[in-house]
Unconditional design. Structure first.
Length: 367
């Protein structure tokens, strides 16, 4: 299957509907698609976010969405028909054995990550694994061992590192503009409606708190030495609906993470995400919950996503697309991804897994 056509990029640019740098990205993609052969991408896992990945990949020049895999035949047919993908697998081992596939994207449940990632790396494919890397640091260590022996690239999809607001904040910190970091606090809260859809697969702390845990370690260059956490579980799903985690870092700073998937269904936020970073010489504040657009209609007030993976006139744009583009460019150029390393992703898992352990036991967990 070839790429679906890129529909009217000039329209998006003129309408101001692209995120920062998107128009430049489109021209770069178009140029690349004319000079390089397509990277053939196979996608394992076709839940909601797997389909979002498919939507983004299917319109990206230089990438061919070449194969899809899920254990559910009806779902496989539905998504594959939509994107006109001929290669369809219900066993991921068969996709990994396909010699025509260059990159494997893994968007399955977290508890499937370890085995699929290891098998994919051992097959010689390049592997893009959605975050979190795995449920435990021990599982991550097994993946890291496989990645160290694998010929292909490996990256975990920590999308927030590709957010221009976050990148500018990191630059300001690295320039010393706020001095030494002494305190960080983040919240990343979602509607109870989303929580009900996800909380049988992962906890709020691990599912979304890992974004902020990763950013805090990245910003500070420090490591957690102790973690204490509490979670709440008012809902009926398997995992807690939210939690707070506090960590002492080896730099002396304190890091606090709030992740609650229990906002009322009427909340206007797609995601209420903010971070405060206080240093000895200044502070910075990142607001990822509001993206410049409010819609008031008969159903109420809405703050739609305009940055992460907005669907604009039938195409997915935004930070997810930039992240996938980055990995594809690394594969095409034969260079290792370094925007986030596997070791950094493992550190974020260890941080939030310690928080989950603390919540279960009521004790401070030392790392």
């Amino acid at each position: 299957m070839g790429n679906l056509p890129l529909r009217q990029p000039g329209l998006f640019k003129a309408a101001g509907l692209l995120e920062l740098g998107e128009s430049v990205e489109i021209h770069q993609e178009l140029n690349m698609s004319q000079t390089q052969k397509n990277i053939r991408w196979g996608l394992i896992g076709l839940g909601w976010f797997g389909e979002v990945h498919a939507e983004a990949l299917s319109t990206m020049p230089g990438i061919e969405l070449a194969a899809l895999c899920t254990r559910r035949p009806q779902r496989l047919a539905e998504v594959a028909d939509r994107f006109q993908v001929a290669k369809r697998y219900t066993d991921y081992h068969d996709l990994l054995a396909d010699p025509d596939i260059d990159v494997v994207g893994v968007t399955t449940h977290i508890y499937d990550h370890r085995d699929i990632a290891i098998d994919a790396l051992q097959s010689g494919k390049h592997v893009f694994l959605e975050k979190p890397m795995a449920p435990t640091a021990a599982d991550c260590d097994q993946i890291l061992a496989a990645a160290a022996q694998a010929p292909g690239n490996f990256m975990v999809g920590h999308i927030c590192r590709f957010d221009p607001r976050v990148a500018v904040a990191k630059q300001a910190i690295d320039e010393g503009r706020i001095g030494k970091i002494v305190s960080m606090h983040a919240r990343r809260n979602l509607s109870v409606k989303i929580g009900r859809m996800v909380l049988d697969s992962i906890s709020a702390l691990m599912g979304d708190g890992i974004h902020d845990g990763d950013l805090m370690l990245w910003f500070s260059g420090a490591k957690p030495v102790s973690v204490y956490a509490h979670e709440i579980h008012p809902g009926q799903n398997k995992y807690p609906d939210g939690g707070w985690a506090m960590a002492r870092l080896d730099s002396g700073a304190i890091a606090v993470i709030e992740s609650i998937w229990y906002l009322p269904e009427s909340t206007p936020y797609q995601i209420d995400a903010r971070m405060e970073v206080i240093g000895t010489e200044g502070a910075l504040y990142i607001n990822c919950g509001e993206a410049g657009l409010e819609i008031h209609d008969g159903a109420g007030n809405h703050l739609p996503d305009t940055l992460y993976w907005p669907n604009v006139f039938g195409q997915r744009f935004g930070i997810l697309r930039a992240e996938l583009r980055y990995f594809a460019d690394c594969v095409a150029a034969g260079r290792r991804p370094d925007r986030i390393t596997p070791e950094e992703s493992r550190a974020a898992v260890a941080f939030l897994a310690a928080a989950e352990e603390s919540s279960r036991t009521g004790a401070v967990v030392r790392l």
